[in-house]
Design a protein around this ligand. Structure first.
Ligand SMILES: *Cc1c(COP(=O)(O)O)cnc(C)c1O
Length: 639
């Protein structure tokens, strides 16, 4: 296929149709020569680097696509943006307390990511949130500043509590957030035995319910936290134990990706009332922890749509500070340290999945003769007449007729009354009609009713070298939308409409919901493939939740991961390279032993030699291929 020659098409047009400037929030842009670039700010110097160049550099080092590229600078900048925004809101409003963020480890537990967060967050006293024993261990090993908090959510057994208490003794600001009343006696008991006073927080269920995907964590029926009645019970227990002074933190979490700022305000209003009553009850309250929920604008629409958010980061911070002040001030209650547990918004931007396209299936009609032979079935003549008569006026009728004739043809074929070649001709005529209808409808004043469905049915299938289940599990599980765009050729008009399929043999392994032109579409415009030339597509904003939620469907393993760090002079280095799983790796995850597999296969090959199917030297070649395969990448490798 020839390179598209629409001279008036520029990278700006591509930026528009893929929404790059909307969801890219300045981090992702396009260059005038049609490349998608990453823009970072390094000590006041703006550095713009084409993603394609990075991918080629990675390939030169022997790591192939699919590859997950992590940008340490973007993570660092997001932590900066979050803390700066809160600090600015606090200064502007004259708020007396501080802001202290904590990163919830569950959102991305990868070692390199946590190291980077601890490093970048140090100057802000940015801490970590741990929801399990392994996560507490990660937190303890990474946070050094006593300024940074460790917030322990989740169910805590004696082992968890003992470790947290010892950490407290060492000087860590490690808070146990009580999630169920049954945890309280263990905390009190172990504290008595070890002689260490705990820092206690409490998670409450607010009545406020939020919109969006994850709203099950809000409202009366949320599975976490204490009801107001249980909270009162907890206060009484602590008072009886003379430990009410240990209760210092109020926590709630309304769910992830809250698209509507009104829901966020409502939550804070209700939490402030609880907070004030805890102060009045005599607890030594210091911290108000609002949990996560700060959303990412995945579709760039700036709306309260579930994949978006109708507020900016500054508005989020200013609203929270404002609500806390205006609720507490009339009651003369000291301003608490505000904690948020933003995971998604902190980490989403920093990772991009890049894959190559392996193949494209098109639904183009095959050749159809100028005239249909007399002897052909009546239905085929009908289809041909439909093609010839098609116009804007009768397109709806032609569309309906064509479907009817095609179905009749298939029926006859099933009954053995029509041959393979006749059916093939009919299918080609049908596709020809559908393509013409699409063209006519696109130019018509009133489009065809079924136009979206038709466009989807005629769209190409681009086969991408990745596993949806491994790398983008939320697309499959909860219909998450991630921004997607080719990372090059953006100065050419993308003339194909496509859906994207992965290489698992699962019919769910496909992406058919995209955000572009400020709406959700079932297809994405892409460029026609040019011969053997590689075509790379990026899936953006995938840093949150995707990596560890992913699974081994069809035994496709972890892709290659490369962490990029930019230098002040605009150059970059690969701070970390993690080779993706080999076939031997994934086999061992499901309890196969590569050595044993080779031994079994060797025996079968030896029998083959004895039976005369292969020669001894052929056996050697086969065994070598078997062993080499075992060490290879689980994804499609080009020679
Ligand atoms: C998952 C979770 C978070 C993270 O929420 P985001 O929306 O990703 O910021 C924060 N706190 C708790 C308790 C969570 O369970």
């Amino acid at each position: 296929m020839k390179k598209n020659v629409n001279r008036s098409w520029t990278a700006k047009d591509s930026a528009e149709i893929y929404g790059i400037n909307d969801w890219g929030v300045g981090y992702f842009n396009t260059t005038s020569d049609g490349l998608l670039s990453v823009t970072t700010d390094n000590c006041g110097t703006t550095i713009e680097t084409p993603l394609l160049q990075i991918i080629q550099d990675i390939k030169d080092r022997g790591l192939d696509a699919p590859v997950l590229v992590r940008f340490e600078d973007l993570l660092e900048q997001q932590i900066g943006r979050l803390n700066d925004a809160f600090n600015e809101a606090i200064t502007t409003a004259g708020y007396q307390g501080q802001y202290r963020g904590v990163f919830p480890i569950k959102v991305n537990q990868q070692c390199h990511v946590i190291e980077e967060i601890a490093k970048a967050g140090a100057k802000y006293g940015h801490g970590l949130e741990a929801g399990s024993k392994p996560e507490l261990i990660i937190a303890l090993a990474h946070l050094e500043s006593p300024d940074a908090h460790i917030v322990c959510n989740g169910y805590k057994d004696q082992e968890f509590i003992d470790l947290g208490l010892q950490a407290r003794k060492m000087g860590y600001s490690c808070v146990f957030v009580v999630e169920t009343l049954s945890e309280l006696p263990i905390i009190l008991d172990r504290s008595r035995v070890l002689g260490i006073k705990p820092l206690i927080g409490v998670r409450v269920k607010l009545a406020s319910v939020v919109g969006g995907h994850w709203n099950a964590t809000s409202g009366d029926r949320s599975i976490f936290g204490l009801s107001i009645a249980q909270l009162v019970e907890m206060i009484d227990i602590l008072r009886a134990e003379n430990m009410l002074d240990c209760l210092q933190l109020l926590h709630y979490h309304l769910g992830s990706q809250i698209p509507n700022i009104r829901d966020i305000r409502n939550g804070v209003v209700e939490a402030c009332q609880v907070y004030m009553d805890l102060v009045r009850e005599g607890a030594n309250m210091q911290f108000l922890d609002l949990g996560g929920g700060l959303a990412v604008d995945y579709d760039g629409s700036k709306t309260n749509y579930i994949h978006s958010k109708n507020y900016t980061l500054s508005e989020y911070c200013a609203d929270i500070v404002d609500v806390v002040m205006s609720t507490l001030d009339p009651e003369n209650i000291t301003h608490p340290t505000i904690i948020t547990e933003s995971g998604r918004a902190t980490i989403a931007y920093s990772s991009v999945l890049v894959f190559n396209v392996l193949d494209v299936a098109t639904f183009e009609p095959g050749a159809v003769p100028e005239t249909i032979e007399e002897s052909e079935h009546k239905l085929i003549h009908n289809l041909k007449e439909t093609v010839d008569s098609l116009s804007e006026k009768n397109m709806q009728e032609c569309y309906n007729d064509a479907i009817f004739y095609r179905d009749e043809v298939r029926e006859l074929f099933k009954r053995g009354q029509l041959g393979l070649r006749s059916r093939s001709l009919a299918e080609n005529l049908f596709l020809l009609i559908m393509k013409k209808v699409l063209d006519v409808s696109d130019r018509a004043k009133r489009p065809l009713q079924e136009i979206d469905k038709l466009r989807e049915q005629l769209s190409d299938i681009y086969y991408g070298n990745f596993s949806l289940f491994q790398s983008l599990p939320d697309v499959w599980a909860i219909d998450q939308i991630f921004p997607i765009a080719p990372i090059h050729r953006l100065d050419e008009q993308p003339t194909r409409q496509a859906i994207i399929a992965d290489i698992t043999c699962d019919c769910d392994g496909k992406i058919d919901r995209f955000t572009n032109m400020h709406s959700t579409n079932t297809t994405i415009p892409l460029h026609p493939m040019i011969g053997e030339e590689e075509y790379f597509i990026g899936v953006f904003l995938v840093g949150a939740y995707q990596e560890t939620l992913g699974d081994l469907h069809n035994l496709f393993g972890d892709p290659n991961v490369v962490s990029v760090r930019f230098n002040e002079d605009g150059s970059y280095e690969f701070a970390d390279e993690i080779e993706g799983d080999s076939i031997a790796d994934v086999l061992s995850y499901v309890e196969y032993q590569p050595q044993q597999l080779r031994e079994r296969f060797r025996k079968i090959a030896e029998r083959s030699v004895r039976q005369g199917h292969i020669s001894a030297s052929e056996r050697q070649t086969i065994m070598k291929a078997f062993s080499e395969s075992m060490q290879g990448y689980t994804y499609y490798e080009k020679e």
